[in-house]
Design a protein around this ligand. Structure first.
Ligand code: VGL
Ligand code: ZN
Length: 220
């Protein structure tokens, strides 16, 4: 799908701002590759992209969250374990509820956002996507309300930006398509936690029918 097709119907299009929080930015607890660099582009999108709804997600973990390496004795950040039958990366402590690193990043017009949706609040389950938690002990990925919200607002297309490209933005985009939305992934308004994941990330997005676009294509 061409970028211009994604913007055919601004009233029915939402901008999703995924996890733009200090802990994912330069010098953050779980820094992406130059996350700071997306801020001017995201600001421009928030100010000028014609869309009916803006939603921000916020990674929001209780202290001692199961995804933290520090919660597993003898484990280091970025090791993987099996959790509820699936591979789980163990992360450095990040986005702990109420801490400065968990706030929405400074320098963006958050007042204009319609909905701020917090995720990752269950101490025993991780949550990458803004639509669903990762798998729980019952092998389910319970939805957290975003699809219903967007549908009630008449949205059929979502445009995604934020952090991290290869984790939460990717999972949110894939789940958006699975929930029946058209999805555009604004590549240059994202940054990865793992740089060599870019080809795999692109492939996964294409396989999921997510359209990869550049901000300039949408603002032209
Ligand atoms: C994220 C790892 C752990 C993200 C959140 O926002 O991409 N990554 N928690
Ligand atoms: Zn997290």
């Amino acid at each position: 799908m061409a970028a211009t097709d994604l913007l055919r119907d601004p009233d029915h299009t939402a901008l999703l701002l995924v996890d733009i929080q200090p802990d994912f930015m330069n010098d953050g607890a779980l820094a992406t590759a130059d996350g700071d660099a997306i801020i001017p582009g995201v600001r421009k999108l928030m100010q000028t992209l014609p869309c009916g709804v803006m939603v921000a997600t916020q990674d929001w973990h209780p202290a001692g969250h199961i995804s933290f390496a520090s919660s597993h004795s003898g484990r280091e950040p970025f090791e993987t374990i099996e959790l509820h039958g699936h591979e789980q990366v163990l992360w450095p402590d990040h986005c702990v509820q109420g801490t400065p690193g968990a706030e929405l990043a400074p320098g963006l017009p958050w007042d204009q956002v319609d909905l701020i949706l917090r995720k990752g609040c269950n101490p025993q389950v991780d949550s990458y996507s803004g639509f669903r938690n990762n798998w729980n002990a019952e092998g389910e990925r319970p939805a957290i309300g975003l699809a219903g919200y967007l549908r009630e607002r008449g949205i059929h297309t979502v445009l995604l930006c934020g952090l991290a490209r290869d984790v939460c933005v990717q999972w949110t985009a894939e789940d958006a398509v699975a929930a029946g939305f058209r999805a555009g992934f604004i590549w240059d308004a994202t940054r990865p936690v793992t740089h060599d994941n870019d080809p795999a990330c692109q492939q996964a997005l294409e396989a999921a029918s997510v359209t990869i676009v550049e901000a300039a294509d949408l603002l032209a």
